[in-house]
Ligand binder design. Structure first.
Ligand code: FES
Length: 128
């Protein structure tokens, strides 16, 4: 059915993405895109007491982009900003029981958009 040998977890997150959708009252937004394939991700975060209390995403992308975006939100939700900032593309792939080698680049979208959202949040509260 799909081009790659995806793990059951990838397919589960692709079929039923967690925390999908935009967020009208987000405290910050982060985006990331892959110019090579044209896929793009927008992440929304709601922050309280330096904790990501809510997070959601909108993605235009492949199976792996959808699954990794979903997993990014699961990993980041409830974490302190500084902890969430350390989430890597490898962490996201590992949490999905791995990605096919040719799809590893898709997990970069989630990690990058999350860092951008956190950077933008700090810029906003610091008035920059
Ligand atoms: Fe573009 Fe997966 S092929 S993010």
């Amino acid at each position: 059915m799909f081009c790659c040998n995806f793990s059951d977890k990838v397919l589960e997150h692709f079929m039923a993405p967690r925390n999908s959708g935009s967020m009208v009252d987000a405290d910050s937004i982060g985006t990331a895109g892959d110019p090579a394939c044209g896929d793009s991700l927008t992440l929304y975060i709601k922050v309280k007491d330096n904790i990501i209390e809510d997070i959601s995403f909108m993605v235009f992308g492949c199976v792996a982009a959808i699954a990794t975006s979903s997993m990014t939100t699961e990993l980041a939700k409830g974490k302190y900003l500084d902890e969430a900032y350390k989430i890597t593309d490898q962490d996201i792939a590992d949490a999905l029981d791995g990605l096919p080698e040719q799809k590893m680049h898709c997990s970069v979208l989630g990690a990058t958009a999350l860092k951008n959202a956190i950077d933008n949040y700090y810029s906003k509260i610091n008035g920059k």
